[in-house]
Design a protein around this ligand. Structure first.
Ligand code: BGC
Length: 774
């Protein structure tokens, strides 16, 4: 009897954390191949799901397939990163499945508060689990190489250190809930135009120091369950089949232990599934039966070593045993949306950046003379909580500016409210019909839509002055997946917006009444040409479903702003050297219509990263270029004093100590940034680079706090291509402690010893790039 039982178990073991080898052995080649290909069209019974036709979780992005015979459950992958993206309603039930809309990436990063980001991550992880999903497809970690990238809103910064630290905080929060993340898009996915085919040509140094560094920090500090390979090529090879990226760098150099999945493309022209398997890509999403067949045939013909398949299958099984699906977690479908709304409101407040204030803010309710405001701009009434495309979350509600101000005790002009609300109802219908041909995401299902601004003429504006104590103008921008931002209409402000700002400022200032501009955009916009007009400018980003409340908290001084920019706001977008090698919208249409005549076309078929390591402030600060708002900038309602810093070097560890004191009259938080200037050496360096940051607690007037920041000497290293190594040259380093890259409060010099770390010689460009030099 005992023998029969053993035999059955051997023939058909059920997966557990301790019998992965046994299960692997019991799998047929076909089953192994199936496990490496996502669940779309890849059914075992009714277990597989994809997109809106899901049978497990409606609206989830994909799955890994089930093999019930071996106790292997399907796992569910859902989009993020700003919350769980699933369908809010389902057939046959009146129950709703709305998820909390948290601040988008740029807003979250602008908090510079890793503890708070972890709290957001915990809430997102909890909703992922309670909505019966196993992995959230985020964080988005690509760098803001150009302000025109369409998906910058999902990403954190132009700086890899901020990116890595914020991502690690998010991942640690999500994964503390027993679900996984997919850190994306690995790597160098810095443009949306032709994203599925463009070859991003980049030096090994810029790749390692900028585009990969954030991922490296996240892997080392938060152990993501999964990483998503990007659509594009890097130096001639698709990321999804790029062994240098997915194995040499990710696993051999950094010690990544999780699984790699593809971005959502299926079969690629010019890329075989078996190349992806060999490169170390474990899961093809969303998955097609032909890919299963290719793997099976690849093994049978000897083109694909069985050892590679087994290696990836083992990693898949190791992933699966960690998931809630494997644990048969009983999802409630009822996360605590109320508690999470409080978290999103708080995190948005810390991410909002006060760009200008001539003293008119805050409007402390009760003590302020501002009781009624005239609200201008379509987005005051149609507030954009998040971005569109796969990054859009179906939120239960969005608090607009009317409601946010009302909740704070401030009324808005009824006449304007009526005009704008009627316009928005009309625009909803009109612009669904007349939407931009290239903007596939311009549908309600893809997220909150931005409608064109209506012209409010000077006479109507003047009429508002008498009944209002102040004016607010909201300038909105929306970008999404698959298309980059247009310089003229999305980065620059359009003539109607400029006129509105000028007319409102003229009319209200004539009556001695202040004007505040709120920027409701996921990414940077042009500010230099109009910032002198209003009294205050608030960058609210797309701050999640509680948006209007968060902005009102800042305006009324309930929360003292402490957000700081994680990217430079240039005077013109073209000031970034990357724009020389970035696709333009106009050009794109001619390319699409006429093709490239058989020849490769720059920025569409390939993009040369000629600016090399000079991205963002690394360029502006090294080449002494004027900017509109520098990296790290953000105002407060109070002031802070910094003590002289103490820098101690102990072997390979550096500690920086600084005391920050609130010298103003209201409580507030300060973000302290440590920039480092390297001594003259054999490797050319940017003028300064951010190597540490910390945020104080809420300091009362007169209160102070000692901040201690640790910097490993390896973080000071540059990538030395000749030696395939990280190299910190010995010498005297200057530690500059400031509240932006252009506002250094105090400095210290410390002697640092040489540090060398050999790594693989991966990702060499196929041809020489004409790199920018000092
Ligand atoms: C996007 C990913 C997303 C995936 C699944 C892709 O097009 O690039 O960010 O996670 O779709 O929806």
């Amino acid at each position: 009897m005992a023998t029969t039982c053993m035999m059955t178990m051997n023939a058909q073991p059920k997966l557990s954390a301790s019998n992965i080898d046994e299960v692997l052995q019991a799998m047929t080649l076909e089953e192994k191949a199936r496990l490496l290909v996502g669940g779309a069209n890849n059914f075992f019974g009714d277990q597989a799901v994809v997109g809106g036709e899901a049978t497990l979780v409606a609206g989830a992005a994909g799955t890994s397939p089930a093999i019930p015979r071996l106790g292997i459950p399907a796992t569910v992958l859902t989009d993020g990163p700003a919350g769980v993206r699933i369908d809010p309603t389902r057939k046959g039930t009146t129950q709703t499945y709305y998820a909390t809309g948290f601040p988008i990436g740029t807003c979250l990063a602008s908090t510079w508060n890793t503890e708070l980001v972890t709290k957001v991550g915990e809430a997102i992880g909890n909703e992922t689990k309670e909505y019966r999903c196993d992995v959230i497809l985020g964080p988005g970690m690509n760098l803001h190489r150009s302000p025109l990238c369409g998906r910058n809103f999902e990403y954190y910064s132009e700086d890899p250190f901020v990116t890595g630290k914020i991502a690690a905080a998010y991942i640690n929060g999500v994964q503390s809930q027993g679900v996984g993340v997919s850190a994306k898009h690995f790597a160098v996915n810095s443009q949306e135009t032709e994203r599925t085919s463009v070859d991003e040509r980049v030096s090994q140094r810029a790749a390692r120091e900028l585009y990969l560094r954030g991922f490296e920090i996240a892997v080392r500090e938060s152990d993501p369950w999964t990483i998503m390979a990007s659509y594009n090529k890097v130096n001639g090879q698709f990321s999804m089949g790029n062994r240098d990226l997915l194995t040499s760098i990710l696993r051999d150099d950094w010690g990544f232990k999780g699984i790699v999945m593809t971005d959502w493309i299926g079969i690629r022209k010019g890329l075989e599934t078996i190349t992806e398997v060999q490169a170390g890509n474990d899961l093809m999403e969303p998955g097609q039966p032909a890919q299963v067949k290719e793997i099976v045939e690849g093994v049978k013909s000897g083109k694909l070593p069985m050892a590679d398949v087994d290696r990836n299958v083992r990693r898949m099984l190791e992933y699966i045993v960690k998931t809630p699906s494997f644990r048969q977690y009983a999802a409630t479908n009822k996360p605590d949306l109320k508690a999470h709304a409080a978290i999103t409101r708080q995190s948005a407040c810390e991410g909002i950046v006060l760009l200008k204030n001539n003293g008119c803010l805050p409007w402390n309710v009760g003590r302020s003379t501002i009781k009624t405001v005239a609200l201008f701009g379509e987005n005051s009434y149609n507030f954009l909580s998040g971005g569109v495309g796969s990054g859009c979350v179906h939120t239960p509600y969005v608090v607009d500016m009317v409601e946010g101000l009302k909740n704070a005790g401030i009324k808005s002009s009824e006449v304007l409210t009526d005009i704008y609300r009627k316009y928005i109802d009309y625009a909803k219908v009109k612009f669904q019909v007349e939407r931009h041909p290239a903007k596939w995401f311009q549908t309600e299902a893809m997220g909150p839509q931005k409608y064109p601004e209506i012209g409010i003429n000077a006479i109507a504006i003047n009429k508002e002055v008498r009944g209002a104590d102040a004016a607010i103008i909201t300038i909105g921008r929306q970008a999404g997946e698959g298309i980059d931002r247009d310089l003229e209409t999305e980065f620059n402000i359009i003539p109607e917006e400029r006129q509105l700002i000028i007319d409102v400022c003229q009319a209200f200032h004539a009556a001695g009444k202040p004007v505040v501009v709120i920027i409701n955009s996921g990414s940077v916009i042009e500010t230099a040409s109009w910032k002198s007009y209003p009294d205050a400018i608030i960058c609210a980003w797309q701050p999640g479903e509680e948006g209007g409340n968060s902005v009102a908290d800042i305006m009324t001084g309930k929360v003292n702003p402490s957000g700081k920019l994680t990217m430079t706001w240039p005077i013109a977008a073209t000031d970034h050297p990357s724009t020389r090698n970035f696709p333009g919208m106009v050009d794109f249409y001619s390319y699409q219509m006429m093709g490239s005549g058989g020849r490769e076309k720059a920025n569409y078929d390939y993009t040369n990263h000629e600016e090399d390591i000079y991205v963002g402030y690394r360029y502006f600060d090294t080449f002494n270029k004027e900017v509109s708002y520098p990296f790290g900038f953000g105002l407060s309602y109070t002031t802070f004093a910094y003590s002289k810093p103490v820098v101690k070097v102990n072997g390979n560890d550096i500690s920086v100590n600084v005391t920050v004191k609130n010298t103003g009259s209201v409580s507030g938080k300060e973000v302290v940034q440590v920039y480092i200037t390297a001594p003259e050496g054999q490797i050319e360096k940017p003028a300064q680079e951010l190597k540490a940051f910390a945020k104080t607690r809420e300091l009362q007037p007169g209160e102070q706090q000692v901040l201690t920041m640790q910097i490993p000497v390896r973080m000071l290293a540059s990538f030395d291509e000749a030696g395939s190594q990280w190299l910190t040259e010995a010498g005297n380093y200057t530690f500059k402690i400031g509240s932006s890259s252009r506002d250094i409060k105090c400095t210290a010099i410390a002697k640092v010893n040489q540090y060398i770390e050999k790594v693989s010689n991966a990702l060499a460009p196929k041809a020489r790039l004409n790199l920018l030099k000092q």
